[in-house]
Ligand binder design. Structure first.
Ligand SMILES: Cc1cc2nc3c(=O)[nH]c(=O)nc-3n(C[C@H](O)[C@H](O)[C@H](O)COP(=O)(O)OP(=O)(O)OC[C@H]3O[C@@H](n4cnc5c(N)ncnc54)[C@H](O)[C@@H]3O)c2cc1C
Length: 290
């Protein structure tokens, strides 16, 4: 599709209208939230057969609630708005989100939405990797009601997610980690406007010097989807987090990734940097705990 072939542009005012439109137009329709990825998709010829846009900006869905359960983030929350939430700025447990929100250019921070960032299922975006390390659920609405999809199951392929044809994201619910937890995210990019070559994010929970649980997530061209490293998580759990162990955890992620090669980086470089960034993210999370 080129954007000139667009036939219909809808601006529904309610979730039920969105669902009706998704049902009526099926694969011809695409939701638009902040709209920042639309041109990128069109330019890469990734919108074949799409001639209907459903703009969801009138739905609201832009509140962020902080509670004992965690962070509930409306799908239409702009990245800049999330970055200003005091808990995101200050609390060690949301450190990975804070770190990831440092990277996008200011224009993208002000237009892009959290729902769009996740729904795009682009492995090069930063928030999916950070959110995967923290853990939580995507809330999706359809005629059947609201469904919770674990972030672990949400990304199914390059630009593909587990939403049904008539479903859309209303909220992201990040689970509040238990006390003694901290998270961190690090991105490798070629310049300040670049998408990630490699992303690494971790969340650790430490009690009496022992790692009770660990979540290690990688993104940015180390796989078609952001993914967790079971090998690194297993290695860390139940252990004292020594420098030597953090180095080993970095090496362990290399078994779980399938890095891509492109004009920005070779597969070998991505693999080596996944190791380095994982180790550094673990150090950063430990520093936050202390
Ligand atoms: C110049 C530039 C620099 C960038 N730099 C960065 C960066 O440094 N880090 C980074 O992480 N990202 C970066 N991005 C990507 C940016 O973060 C995404 O484009 C943005 O998050 C997508 O959100 P959006 O609201 O604009 O989504 P849209 O562009 O409106 O939509 C994206 C996709 O999600 C779908 N969608 C949107 N909302 C929903 C919903 N509620 N339910 C279901 N499906 C939905 C749409 O149908 C579409 O397929 C950059 C983009 C550009 C253009």
């Amino acid at each position: 599709m080129s954007l000139t072939t667009l036939d219909n542009y809808f601006l529904p005012g309610s979730g039920s209208e969105v669902i009706e439109l998704l049902q009526e137009y099926g694969e011809r329709a695409m939701l638009v939230a902040g709209g920042s990825f639309v041109h990128g998709l069109a330019a890469r010829d990734l919108l074949p057969g799409i001639d209907v846009f459903i703009d969801i900006q009138k739905l609201g869905l832009a509140d962020v609630t902080v509670g004992s359960e965690g962070l509930q983030i409306g799908a239409m929350t702009r990245l800049a708005q999330l970055a200003k939430v005091p808990e995101v700025q200050d609390a060690p447990e949301w450190g990975a989100a804070k770190d990831a929100l440092r990277y996008p250019p200011v224009q993208i921070m002000n237009t892009a939405t959290v729902g769009g960032n996740i729904a795009a299922a682009c492995p090069y975006f930063d928030l999916p990797t950070a959110f995967l390390a923290i853990g939580g659920n995507v809330l999706a609405q359809s005629n059947a009601g609201t469904r919770e999809i674990s972030l672990d199951d949400f990304f199914t392929g390059l630009f593909e997610n587990s939403l049904g044809q008539d479903e859309f994201i209303t909220e992201l619910a990040l689970s509040r980690p238990v006390p003694g937890s901290a998270s961190a995210f690090i991105k490798l990019e070629t310049n300040a406007n670049d998408l990630a070559i490699v992303n690494a994010a971790v969340q650790i929970t430490v009690e009496s010097g022992i790692c009770q649980s660990a979540r290690v997530a990688l993104g940015g061209g180390v796989n078609e989807i952001p993914l967790r490293s079971a090998a690194a998580e297993k290695l860390l759990k139940g252990q004292s987090l020594t420098d030597a162990l953090l180095k080993e955890a970095g090496q362990a992620v290399q078994a779980d990734i399938s890095p891509m090669a492109d004009h920005r980086a070779s597969a070998e470089y991505r693999s080596a940097m996944a190791r380095v960034l994982t180790e550094r993210a673990l150090h950063r999370a430990i520093t936050r705990l202390n």
